[in-house]
Design a protein around this ligand. Structure first.
Ligand code: UDX
Length: 433
């Protein structure tokens, strides 16, 4: 089938490349001319494992092309996906002005029947607005359907998630739209959950908030484990083997970040409130998330007594491993907090240095190191803030001698406590007795 993707950011580009890989012809549209130029040269403007290979392959196969024109995209694609950003506004609600703008442009370009699918992360009811906007700006009697096709991609594993999804959710309101989307997604071999549009929109809110809730549950559990001398990793392993619970998203640490969970939990709480339901549980999820970070910073304080003028090594700045994304990164928040208390922070991240530098511009007391090993130099303690696999493979025996005091506070439970203690480190994880 012929597909147009409007918005070549993380969601749009991954979706487009994976649809091309499954045999469809895709035209990616982006308003940013320099991004389009870059993509036309086969370059991917952000870090996402495996994506550059897919983009290069289908640039060659001719199944993935790029343009700056929505009109061209709408002429080309029988199905048009809206994948533009929906950044949070100060009150936590999503800013939908890009979605509105794109809907208008699509309306003006409609050449005949088109299926317009909303894929950006949006509040429930947004498809109604998209439908109304297209109807308002299109010529009279224009033939189109709208649908909701929420994405569940994790950054860093987006290609894998998109190629082998657990399920594909399609929210539709006509048999024609359902037929088209079933055909489009059939090659992915996943169960297709076809629902009404509002249910599909809610599946996205409900899934992300539930995963955030699982993480906050694990973090609260960690606090209890610390008090009682138990190990949260043993507890969650024991829980996770119950098939009804499952082992994923039960890793305790310094809390969740990223462009989705914090925003989605807040948005779902706000939407529920607007609808007249007080979803207090979601506020608690958020509070526990903040608490996880604060407990960790308190632990650093306990360890150093006075933070001011101490040298603190920080390993990891991205919001999670395998990405250069620092949006709502808890790691970055910890670094900012400690620098604000007068610590001299030596920071390193395998991918996110540039983004972190931009984000921390103007924050005094942070020095960016060239290699992971450099953060250990004369450090009073080293913090693990993002669980990059490379940090587990460092030569801790050798690095110990570079530190002023060999102390590691592991905010992600990445390292083996016993192994480090044997090497002579003072080691503390999260929720580990
Ligand atoms: C998330 C969802 O997983 C995805 O389905 C959705 O559509 C987009 O949002 P993403 O934000 O890329 O994906 O990252 P994810 O892997 O879900 O991690 C989110 C945050 O939770 C990270 O900060 C991570 O470190 C943290 N996390 C995750 C934990 O603290 N503990 C866990 O057990 C799992």
């Amino acid at each position: 089938m012929r597909v147009c993707i409007v918005g070549c950011g993380h969601v749009g580009l991954v979706t487009g490349a994976c649809l091309a890989e499954r045999g469809h012809a895709v035209l990616g549209v982006d308003a940013d001319a320099s991004r389009v130029a870059l993509l036309r040269r086969g370059k991917v403007p952000f870090h996402e494992p495996g994506l550059d290979r897919l983009v290069a392959r289908h640039r060659r196969s001719g199944r993935l092309r790029f343009s700056g024109s929505i009109a061209e995209g709408v002429r080309f694609g029988e199905v048009v996906f809206i994948c533009v950003p929906t950044p949070p506004r100060p009150d936590g609600s999503a800013d939908l002005s890009f979605v509105e703008h794109v809907s208008r442009s699509i309306a003006r370009a409609l050449p005949g029947y088109r299926l317009v699918c909303e894929k950006s992360t949006v509040p429930v009811n947004t498809c109604d607005q998209v439908r109304a906007t297209i109807a308002k700006y299109a010529r009279k009697g224009a033939d189109f359907d709208v649908a909701s096709t929420p994405e569940f991609l994790r950054e860093g594993r987006a290609v894998e998630d998109a190629m082998k999804p657990d399920r594909v959710v399609v929210g539709v309101e006509t048999p024609r739209a359902e037929k088209i989307l079933r055909e489009l997604f059939r090659p992915f071999g996943a169960p297709i959950v076809a629902t009404d549009i509002r249910s599909a929109e809610l599946i996205k809110h409900a899934s992300n908030s539930f995963l955030a809730l699982k993480i906050s549950y694990a973090n609260a559990l960690a606090a209890v484990c610390e008090r009682v001398g138990a190990d949260v990793m043993n507890v969650t392993r024991g829980m996770g083997l119950d098939a009804r619970i499952g082992p994923q998203f039960l890793s305790a640490g310094i809390g969740y970040g990223g462009s989705c969970f914090p925003k989605d939990v807040r948005a779902f709480e706000a939407i529920s409130r607007q609808l007249g339901y007080d979803f207090a549980l979601l506020r608690e999820v958020e509070r526990l998330n903040r608490e996880a970070r604060e407990r960790f910073v308190q632990r650093v304080e306990q360890q150093l007594w006075i933070v001011k003028d101490k040298t603190v090594g920080a390993l990891g700045l991205s919001f999670k491993p395998d990405t250069d994304d620092v949006r709502e990164s808890v790691a970055l928040a910890v670094v900012r907090d400690l620098a604000g208390r007068g610590a001299r922070v030596r920071a390193f991240d395998p991918q996110a240095m540039e983004a972190a530098r931009r984000e921390l511009r103007g924050v005094r007391g942070v020095r960016f190191c060239r290699r992971a090993a450099d953060v250990f130099a004369r450090a009073d303690c080293v913090l693990i803030l993002t669980e990059w696999p490379a940090f587990a493979k460092l030569d801790y025996a050798r690095l110990k001698s570079r530190m002023a005091h060999p102390t590691i506070l592991d905010g992600r439970n990445l390292l083996d406590p016993e192994a480090l203690r044997r090497l002579g480190y003072t080691y503390r994880g999260v929720g580990r007795g």
